[in-house]
Design a protein around this ligand. Structure first.
Ligand code: NAI
Ligand code: MG
Length: 343
């Protein structure tokens, strides 16, 4: 009797804006691999908040816990305070303890990409300014935000970074390099603790090189000499800023995937947001989310299928079709169909 493996249970959270266009594209790519999946679509985001009064329904969090992994699109968050609203992706990262946000920045075969870049940004994903402990004092004339850095969170993201550098260096002649990013010259207590914790982890990895770089000069040098960086580890906000800037070096946000990783769960997403300027037009680049789906497969140990997706994307980037962000005229659908054709 043949036994069939249980299908992977994958949650899909399209969210708002282009999230609703790129998540279905990634779903079709997963289906095209031939692996068995059972998909559950879950609600979250600004539209959800307006319909239901909550941006992250309890059913969504509960359903996620029963899944093997998730694909998140993007949500729209207003820049002013809305009572009762809080970004669901920030909450989910905390709720599911997805403490590492891993963002690969790799050269792509498009004219907008610079060659020879292969960076992994390991962004701490649970604390820093994202604890969102803000308050007004002085009759509303002074705003204060607390920034929380713990030894525990800094140590585990650093360990993930050094481990990743070790893995990346396998089969290569050069040893891996981790760049610890901070601003401990100014924030000597909070960034000082991050730095100290990361340097302590470095001691456990004598086979991996280590250096440190202040965040402002890091941005500068990453843009000037991106090829010299390997794995970059940073507190939450610095990692956020660095990863959008780094995406611009390799073809833009339309191509940049990320994985929110914890010890037992992975939720992947594009680095980009809901892109209201192009939402609803059917021209969002689905590749960031398709590459995020490949990251999900890799975390499920489906290396072969992950590689097939990445190869198919590489082929489509080389030969087209391309969406307008890559100076093409293709639609989301054209690109998705072309990737499926190559799988
Ligand atoms: P964004 O990342 O949505 O857009 C920045 C620029 O990149 C825009 O010009 C957009 O058209 C372009 N872009 C983004 N994704 C693209 C794609 N797939 N194909 C082609 N072009 C693409 O950032 P923005 O405009 O600052 O934020 C818009 C909304 O998204 C805000 O409400 C923000 O809060 C939210 N956001 C949500 C995130 C998440 O859910 N993880 C992350 C970042 C922003
Ligand atoms: Mg961001």
């Amino acid at each position: 009797m043949t036994t069939y493996p249980r299908p992977y249970q994958i949650a899909l959270i399209p969210g708002d804006g282009v999230g609703r266009e790129v998540v279905p594209a990634a779903q079709r790519i997963l289906e095209a691999t031939g692996i068995a999946f059972a998909f559950t679509e879950l609600d979250a985001g600004w539209d959800c908040f307006q319909r239901t009064g909550t941006a992250l329904p309890a059913e969504t969090v509960n359903a996620l816990r029963g899944c093997d992994g998730a694909i998140f699109g993007a949500v729209s968050s207003p820049s002013h305070k809305v009572p009762g609203y809080s970004s669901p992706i920030v909450a989910l990262r905390k709720e599911l303890d997805l403490y590492a946000n891993l963002r690969p920045i790799v050269s792509a075969p498009v004219t907008d990409s610079r060659p020879g870049i292969d960076i992994l940004i390991a962004r701490e994903n649970t604390e820093c300014l994202y604890v969102k402990r803000e308050r007004l004092e002085d009759n509303g004339n002074t705003a204060i935000a607390e920034r929380v850095i713990t030894r525990e969170a800094s140590t585990r993201i650093a360990r993930m970074a050094f481990e990743s550098a070790r893995q990346k260096a396998k089969g290569k002649r050069q040893k891996g390099l981790v760049t610890i990013v901070h601003k401990a010259n100014v924030l000597s207590v909070s960034d000082g603790l991050f730095r100290e914790a990361a340097l302590a982890v470095a001691q456990e990895f004598p086979d991996v090189g280590v250096e440190e770089q202040l965040v402002d000069s890091m941005l500068y040098r990453m843009i000037r000499e991106p090829k010299r960086y390997d794995v970059v580890v940073a507190p939450n906000l610095y990692g956020d800023l660095l990863s959008d800037a780094a995406a611009a070096l390799v073809g833009g946000l339309g191509l940049a995937p990320s994985a929110n990783v914890g010890d037992t769960f992975v939720l992947v997403e594009p680095v980009h947001g809901s892109a209201p300027d192009i939402a609803g037009q059917g021209i969002a680049n689905p590749i960031a989310t398709i590459l995020a789906a490949a990251l999900l497969l890799r975390h499920l140990s489906e290396e072969d299928a992950a590689q097939r997706i990445e190869n198919a994307v590489e082929h489509v980037l080389r030969h087209g079709p391309r969406t307008p962000d890559l100076s093409g005229t293709a639609t989301t659908e054209d690109v998705t169909a072309a990737v499926i054709q190559e799988i």
